[in-house]
Ligand binder design. Structure first.
Ligand code: THU
Length: 143
């Protein structure tokens, strides 16, 4: 874990690659209720990029955010040690509380950027653990 609680900047070319991947993922958003498209690109420390879009549901609370879709893809690949995430949307949003808790389970020191669907302006990096102080954790039991 990053003990200094400072989010290090990222190489600009890599960051732009993540923005492009997140913007492309947002095109797959299933959002007939809000019409709000969110896309994200999660960079693993292994160098792989996992993308996600929001998926809504007629039973609104069943909706899953883009961040948890990307994280789930990474988990499916047993790749849970992450470096950075870029989240894009029509107006800039900060990650919801449920996603903060979900991602914190795996990488509290994740660097988070947020931006837009149609340009490369970004806000960040912010450390996930700064966005969710005192995250709920449990001791993990040995198998
Ligand atoms: N949403 C995300 O996918 N990620 C966020 O960080 C914020 C909100 C989605 C959920 C819903 O489909 C739509 O955006 C409006 O809240």
């Amino acid at each position: 874990m990053n003990q200094s609680h400072v989010a290090e900047p990222m190489d600009n070319t890599k960051l732009l690659e993540l923005v492009a991947a997140a913007q492309k993922a947002a095109l797959s958003a299933y959002n007939p209720y809000s019409k709000f498209s969110v896309g994200c690109a999660l960079l693993s420390k292994s160098g792989k990029i996992y993308c996600g879009c929001n998926i809504e549901n007629a039973s609104y609370s069943v909706t899953i955010c883009a961040e948890r879709v990307a994280a789930s893809q990474a988990i499916l690949h047993k790749d849970m040690d992450w470096d950075a995430i870029v989240v894009v949307s029509p107006e800039r949003v900060t990650m919801c509380g449920v996603c903060r808790q979900f991602l914190c389970e795996f990488t509290p020191e994740l660097r988070v950027w947020s931006g837009y669907l149609d340009n490369t302006e970004l806000v960040g990096p912010v450390l996930l653990q700064e966005m969710l102080p005192a995250a709920m954790t449990l001791a993990r039991k040995k198998e």
